[in-house]
Design a protein around this ligand. Structure first.
Ligand code: ARG
Length: 442
């Protein structure tokens, strides 16, 4: 066996600040309950604080089986035998559960903040470009014209749900597992309410077996990261498509692109590609954590040590990718001309022709068939894709109900502007949407 096979130190060392905070609260409680003396507690706490100071200065602890042993061994090295009292009425099982909750809480709050920053960048970009029109897509085929601002705000709402998912899981992890000990509790007269208060938890967990077995909060966190990354990956994919020569809708800020070692003209959208690529590992992490947990008998099992790499990786990857998303929107150059030129292609206003007939009393399905025929004839004769260019006589040959007043409706801009149903792309609806999102970001 390799000597470090069972060790988690190479990846759990970053739990040190949480481990120390948990130990300090534990020792304060032990002293208050007279389980250890006040003077012993003082020595232990000042030893722990000194270790923390050194870690903050960049000093490394000697390797051990895990971060919990590493800190305890360092403490005993520094303050002597009294350091060995720290672990009274505690196990590494409740200790590690606590550390993980503290880490997840901190990471979750940071993610909430980063999401808000990315949303703010989206909102600013939308407000800077209120008039830019673009083709809206389904199946990556031209659908109907919409405002660019409306399209990108869709990401603002996806991120809003992501943020609420993190906030929601933070509510559920707000119970303190410390004091569950190995899994059965302890006969020492500990005060779990006190450590809960000291560590900012709402209350102690209710069942000591569950307390050391539960990693739901990690699975939920990793899921919330995976879904956030799925959203960012869709955004990244659009950036890759939109920056291509074929589209040319947007230009990414220089610092988010990179060149090629051989092709001098290249400005590749590498950061967007990497958001898309890195999203894969967050999905992998989700499978990993659920697979680790699914066959575990109660209570603690060493398999659970493997919960850390996917947790940390999901947190780090999502955090860094949110920063990229924020930078994308902060520096995005929007090529309104290229988008608007595309609005003249792909029969973007075909639905409007059908709506026009429907407003004149034709059943919508029948109107749909008439316009379908117009479009298929134009396709086979290579006629104009911009329906504004069709003469009235031509339209009338398909339905006598078409009149001159159809033409204002056949402008992509008028068309999009008129879609003011709640949540629609029209300017009035868009203003309400922006107001509502802004309110949430305050
Ligand atoms: N390093 C371990 C983990 O991460 C700490 C808990 C060890 N507990 C035990 N009973 N071996 O899960």
């Amino acid at each position: 066996m390799q000597s470090d096979y069972i060790s988690s130190f190479s990846f759990d060392a970053r739990l040190a600040p949480y481990d120390i905070a948990g130990s300090i609260a534990h020792v304060q409680m032990l002293a208050a309950q007279k389980i250890i003396s006040a003077s012993d507690a003082k020595k232990i706490i000042s030893g722990l604080n000194a270790i923390e100071d050194d870690l903050e200065k960049g000093k490394k602890l000697p390797a051990a089986e895990d971060i919990h042993f590493a800190i305890e061994q360092e403490l005993v090295k520094r303050i002597g035998e009294v350091g060995k009292k720290m672990h009274t009425a505690r196990s590494r099982n409740d200790q590690v559960a606590l550390d993980l909750k503290l880490f997840t809480r901190t990471a979750g709050k940071l993610l909430v903040q980063k999401i808000t920053q990315a949303q703010t960048a989206i909102l600013n970009c939308a407000q800077k470009n209120p008039q830019v029109l673009m083709p809206g897509f389904t199946h990556l085929q031209h659908g109907q014209p919409i405002f660019f601002a409306h399209h990108i705000l869709a990401y603002g709402w996806m991120l809003q749900r992501d943020k609420e998912r993190f906030e929601d899981l933070l509510k559920r992890l707000n119970e303190n597992p410390l004091g569950a000990c190995a899994f059965a509790g302890t006969a020492f007269p500990i005060d779990r309410a006190q450590t809960s208060k000291l560590l900012n938890f709402k209350k102690p967990t209710e069942n000591s077996v569950d307390s050391v077995s539960d990693r739901d909060f990690i699975a939920e966190f990793i899921f919330a990261c995976a879904l956030t990354m799925t959203h960012l990956s869709r955004l990244a994919e659009e950036m890759v498509i939109w920056t291509s020569s074929e589209f040319g809708y947007v230009t990414l800020p220089d610092h988010l692109t990179s060149g090629s070692s051989i092709m001098p003209q290249k400005r590749n959208p590498d950061t967007a590609e990497l958001v898309r690529g890195k999203s894969a590992r967050t999905l992998g992490n989700l499978i990993q954590i659920l697979t680790i947990l699914k066959n575990l008998p109660l209570s603690y099992n060493r398999d659970m040590q493997e919960d850390k790499p996917p947790l940390f990786d999901s947190a780090d990857t999502t955090l860094a990718s949110l920063e990229i998303a924020e930078e994308i929107f902060a520096g995005l150059k929007v090529n309104a001309k290229a988008m608007e030129a595309q609005c003249k292609k792909g029969f973007l206003l075909a639905t409007e022709l059908a709506d026009y007939l429907a407003r004149k009393g034709v059943a919508f399905r029948a109107a749909h068939t008439i316009v379908g025929k117009i479009v298929s004839d134009l396709r086979s004769t290579h006629g104009p894709e911009n329906l504004e260019d069709l003469p009235l006589s031509k339209l009338k040959s398909y339905s006598p109900l078409f009149e001159k007043d159809i033409y204002p409706f056949l402008s992509p801009r008028n068309n999009a502007s008129a879609k003011n149903s709640y949540g629609g792309t029209g300017a009035k609806a868009l203003a309400i949407q922006i107001k509502n999102l802004k309110k949430l970001l305050k």
